[in-house]
Design a protein around this ligand. Structure first.
Ligand SMILES: O=P(O)(O)OC[C@H]1O[C@H](OP(=O)(O)OP(=O)(O)O)[C@H](O)[C@@H]1O
Ligand code: HPA
Length: 125
């Protein structure tokens, strides 16, 4: 966000579908919402995995009549995709591993790690 030099509003949604699991429940729950009507939206994600979260948000933002929606993500796992998401800005493509740290969690743990790590989940054992 520090690289954006024109006037911009920054707001946050909280959206959850994994809970304590390393696979998506497929049910997208909005815990904190924002108003995007008639706005040009740059949606910034930490990670796109199945793509179901962004597919849901894309449909929701269209219904809510956003002026435009672009997508930016730090990490992307293309091999896991269930929904085809057009990514406008992608940091790093990663393999099919469950990752934590730098804000990413497994069962609400590890968000505080300063780097991204691969975690071996109980579901994989
Ligand atoms: O492309 P997808 O398969 O939909 O996964 C990507 C989403 O998963 C993560 O949130 P998550 O649902 O894990 O939030 P939570 O930890 O609060 O459940 C991540 O922050 C993305 O929003
Ligand atoms: O690899 C992941 N790590 C953390 N949260 C996630 N949500 C989807 N995939 C992941």
């Amino acid at each position: 966000m520090r690289e954006i030099t024109f006037p911009v509003a920054i707001d946050y949604m909280s959206v959850s579908s994994y809970g304590s699991s390393s696979t998506t429940s497929g049910v997208i729950t909005i815990k904190q919402d924002i108003n995007i009507r008639s706005k040009h939206v740059l949606l910034v994600e930490d990670l796109i995995d199945s793509g179901l979260t962004l597919q849901h948000l894309g449909q929701l933002f269209a219904l809510r009549e956003a002026a435009s929606v672009s997508i930016c993500t730090i990490l992307s796992k293309p091999s896991r995709r269930l929904a085809d998401i057009p990514i406008d800005y992608c940091g790093i493509e990663i393999p099919d591993e469950f990752v934590v740290g730098y804000g990413l969690d497994y069962a609400e743990q590890y968000r505080n790690l300063p780097e991204v790590w691969i975690v071996e989940t109980e579901e994989q054992q």
